[in-house]
Design a protein around this ligand. Structure first.
Ligand code: PMP
Ligand code: GLN
Length: 380
C-alpha cells in the first residue's frame, strides 16, 4: 500500500505564501489572481450587503443561487440539474469534506488519482476512509483501466476526480472520461468530481463534466467554485450537485460543517453566473495570454515548461531544463535567491514520488510575470 499521513500536514500553499509574505518574494505559488475580480460582481455583493438580509440563508443556499447554478450548467454543459440538486457550500473545500463525511463509513476505500490536491488525503482519512492512490503518468497525465482495476477492493465506494487537474493543468480526454465512467459503473462507485477549473480552459478546449456520461447522472457529485469562475478566491463560495438521494445526504453533512455561507456573496454569484457567453470567452482569453507570456518568457530563459490546457498553472520540468535540483530544493533556492515563490509538485504526492516538476501560477499582471521571468532567468 501507499504510505499515508498519520497527522494533518501543514498545507504547502499557506507555507509558501507565508514565506513569500516574509521575504517579499513574487508569489507564483498559491493560486490566486492579483486583480480585484469583476467589478459588477463586487458591486452586487456590496449592494446585497447593505440592502438585503444578512441573517442565515437556508442551509442549502439561497434558492436564487441554487437555481442560477442549475441554469448555468444547463447553458454551459448541457446538464439537466434542478435547483434542489444544488447545495451551496463555503468553497469547494467544504464540498469535498461534506461529500466524504456524507458518503463513506469508516473503513470504506476511496480511490484517488495522484497528483492529488492537498486537501483530499487528510479529509479522506479523517472521514475514516482508506485511501487507494493510483498514479497519472506525466507528461500527459493519463491512466489505464487496467491500472485502476487493480486498485479496487470489496469496500471501494468512491472515486475522487479533479478535472481540469491541479497542478498539471491537464484536461482529461473524452475517451479517458468515458473509461472512468464505465469503470465507476462496473464497480458501483460514486464519483466526486472536483471541477473547480471547469471554466478555465485554453486553446478551444471545453470542459466535459463526468456527470454527463452515460450512467453517471445518479452517481456523481459535481463540485464547483465561484472562486475560480470569477477570480475571487477569497470568497470561498462553492457548491455540490447530485441527484436527490445523494444530495439529501450531502445536505445533512453540510448543515453540521458550516450550515450556510454569507448571503451577500450568494446573491452576487447568482448574478454573475448569468453573465453572457462572451464574458467567459474573454476571461479564458485573458488567462491564456498570461499563460503564453509566462511559457514564452521561461522558455526564452532556458526552462523547459509543460504547456497547460487549463487552470492558472504551468509546470517547469527541472530535469528537462538541465537543472540538478529537485523540486523542493529548487523552490527553496528561488524564494531565497531569486525572490520568486513556487510550489513543488512532490507536495501533491503522499510519497513525494515525482520530484522534477515545479508549479508556477500565471494569473498575474504582465508586469509581475515579466519580473518573475527576469528573476528566474537570472537565477539560472
Ligand atoms: N480543488 C481544487 C482542485 C483546487 O485547485 C482548489 C483551489 N485552488 C480547491 C479545490 C478549493 O476551492 P475553494 O477555494 O473554493 O475551496
Ligand atoms: N487551490 C489553491 C492552489 O492550488 C490553493 C488554495 C489553498 O491555499 N487552500 O494554489
Amino acid at each position: 500500500g501507499h504510505p499515508v499521513y498519520r497527522d494533518m500536514p501543514a498545507t504547502i500553499f499557506e507555507k509558501m505564501s507565508a514565506r513569500a509574505r516574509e521575504t517579499g518574494a513574487i508569489n507564483l505559488g498559491q493560486g490566486f489572481p492579483d486583480a480585484q475580480g469583476p467589478d459588477d460582481i463586487l458591486r452586487a455583493a456590496a449592494e446585497a450587503l447593505l440592502h438585503r438580509s444578512n441573517q442565515y440563508p437556508p442551509s442549502g443556499g439561497l434558492p436564487e443561487l441554487r437555481q442560477a447554478v442549475a441554469a448555468h450548467y444547463e447553458r454551459h454543459q448541457g446538464l439537466d440539474l434542478r435547483a434542489e440538486e444544488v447545495i451551496v457550500t463555503s468553497g469547494a473545500t467544504e464540498a469535498i469534506a461534506a461529500s466524504l463525511f456524507a458518503l463513506i463509513q469508516p473503513g470504506d476505500e476511496v480511490l484517488l488519482l495522484a497528483p492529488l490536491y492537498d486537501a483530499y488525503l487528510p479529509l479522506v482519512e479523517r472521514a475514516g476512509g482508506v485511501a487507494r492512490i493510483a498514479r497519472l503518468t506525466p507528461p500527459d497525465w493519463r491512466i489505464t483501466r487496467e491500472a485502476l482495476d487493480t486498485m479496487i477492493g470489496p469496500r471501494t465506494r468512491l472515486l475522487i476526480l479533479n478535472n481540469p487537474l491541479n497542478p498539471s493543468g491537464s484536461v482529461m480526454a473524452r475517451e479517458d472520461l468515458a473509461m472512468l465512467a464505465s469503470f465507476c459503473l462496473d464497480h458501483d462507485l460514486i464519483a466526486i468530481c472536483d471541477e473547480v477549473w471547469e471554466h478555465v480552459t485554453f486553446d478551444g478546449v471545453r470542459h466535459q463534466p463526468l456527470m454527463a456520461f452515460p450512467g453517471m447522472r445518479d452517481r456523481t457529485v459535481k463540485i464547483g467554485s465561484a472562486g475560480k469562475i470569477f477570480s475571487l478566491t477569497g470568497w470561498k463560495l462553492g457548491w455540490m450537485c447530485a441527484a436527490p438521494p445523494i444530495a439529501t445526504l450531502l445536505g445533512r453533512a453540510h448543515q453540521f460543517l458550516t450550515f450556510t455561507s454569507p448571503p451577500n456573496l450568494q446573491w452576487a454569484v447568482a448574478e454573475g453566473l448569468g453573465k453572457p457567453d462572451d464574458w467567459f470567452t474573454a476571461m479564458r482569453a485573458g488567462y491564456q495570454a498570461s499563460r503564453d507570456r509566462l511559457v514564452r518568457g521561461l522558455g526564452d530563459a532556458g526552462y523547459a515548461v509543460q504547456q497547460s490546457a487549463g487552470t492558472w498553472f504551468v509546470t517547469v520540468d527541472l530535469a528537462a531544463s538541465g537543472m540538478a535540483l529537485n523540486d523542493v530544493d529548487f523552490c527553496e533556492r528561488i524564494i531565497g535567491e531569486a525572490g520568486v515563490a513556487a510550489i513543488p509538485i512532490s507536495a501533491f504526492y503522499p510519497d513525494a514520488a515525482v520530484t522534477h516538476l515545479v508549479r508556477l501560477c500565471f494569473s498575474k499582471s504582465d508586469a509581475v510575470i515579466d519580473e518573475a521571468v527576469a528573476r528566474l532567468g537570472a537565477f539560472r
